[in-house]
Write a protein that binds this ligand. Sequence first.
Ligand SMILES: [Zn+2]
Ligand SMILES: [Zn+2]
Length: 159
Amino acid sequence: MSDNMSKVDHAIEMLKSSGVRITPQRHAILEYLVFSDSHPTADEIYKALEHKFPNMSVATVYNNLRVFKKTGLVKELTYGDASSRFDFSTKRHYHVICSNCGKIVDFFYPVLDEVEALAAQVTGFKVDHHRLEIYGVCPECQAKEVDAPSKPKQESSIS
Ligand SMILES: [Zn+2]
Ligand SMILES: [Zn+2]
């Protein structure tokens, strides 16, 4: 936890040094991003913080996320049709994505530099980055899949 707090402090320092003014909302959004490892959407961040900042709108959250993104603190993830998710990333990692509920989990694996080198060699491109996404069904969705058919539907009418 103190590790996360220092991450927040470090990020705040970085924002300040790039000339970004730290408002209480900005601080709260950043803190939420650091502490949640769920890659939240702007809407999720808004819902989690709206009780603290009744005057804040989803647009405000978006604008703040865009500021963070510009400084390189936060990455915007666009996978498929779902709305953008935001990732506070200090370390390079890959994503494992649930094709059922859309949950994204971080997966740390040595960066596949070899693939880039090979691609450059084979195609003559000047390769600068690559994307790798792994898809499957998350443990929670697997549990639901197992539960669903065996649960008797009439139970609720008895109680
Ligand atoms: Zn899932
Ligand atoms: Zn991530």
